[in-house]
Design a protein around this ligand. Structure first.
Ligand SMILES: [Zn+2]
Length: 74
């Protein structure tokens, strides 16, 4: 799966469908706003990317928690 910045091109009408890696991780399909083509996300195929993204999200969450903790601790 080739992800552009902030969206993926619809294979039917070539419109850039706005989506995010986060959405791709959590949603099972995305729908083109122009032609209503449903793009089903092949989770097993993109599992590696999802795993990597989950790690990034996890790290971000930990960072947020850490900075929040830091803020309340002061
Ligand atoms: Zn389309």
């Amino acid at each position: 799966m080739n992800l552009g910045q902030g969206g993926i091109p619809c294979p039917h009408c070539n419109t850039k469908i706005p989506t995010s890696m986060q959405e791709l991780v959590t949603a099972s399909k995305i729908v083109c706003p122009i032609c209503r083509l449903e793009l089903w996300i092949n989770k097993s195929e993109s599992q590696k990317a999802i795993d990597a993204m989950n790690k990034v999200l996890e790290a971000q969450n930990n960072l947020e928690k850490a900075s929040r903790f830091d803020g309340t601790r002061r």
